[in-house]
Design a protein. Structure first.
Length: 154
């Protein structure tokens, strides 16, 4: 599965957020958009990453950056995760892995000597023209918001 490459346009895919609201990725044309993929709600690395974005959310909004998180968890799991950590951004429930596969972040992973298929932690940064300008492979979970700001040079 090939990962989206720099210069690609954002795929026009619709998915539901934690509240069941349908969101099409192409609806963010005209805005800076970060689509970040993470393996699982309420796990240590994923929580640190989400909280980095939460703790810097005002700055991100001030810089007109929209944040969307994506995992294969259900809307119900996303709702619990959002409520527990007071996350101020939407999480898309990609249970069918349509977005995950379109962005090319599903594949073989190794953990503790075991190989399995899963989501590769990756963030995609789009400009106001919905063009991919940067891919952050294995972002720093504790400092992800600053990585985004530095990448956008804000």
């Amino acid at each position: 599965m090939e990962k989206l490459t720099i210069g690609s346009k954002i795929p026009s895919i619709t998915s539901s957020d934690q509240n069941g609201k349908e969101i099409n990725l192409s609806q963010f044309n005209g805005k800076k958009l970060v689509v970040y993929f993470y393996p699982k709600d309420d796990t240590p690395g994923c929580t640190a990453q989400a909280c980095s974005l939460r703790d810097n959310f005002e700055i991100l909004v001030e810089k007109e950056i929209v944040i969307l998180g994506v995992s294969a968890d259900s809307a119900q799991a996303h709702t619990k995760f959002i409520e527990k950590y007071k996350l101020p951004f939407s999480l898309l429930a990609d249970t069918e892995k349509e977005i995950i596969k379109a962005f090319g972040v599903w594949g073989s992973k190794k953990f503790m000597g075991r190989t399995y298929d899963g989501i590769h932690r990756t963030s995609f940064l789009f400009n106001e023209d919905s063009t991919l300008i940067s891919v952050l492979d294995k972002p720093n979970t504790k400092d992800h918001a600053n990585e985004i700001l530095q990448t956008y040079k804000l």
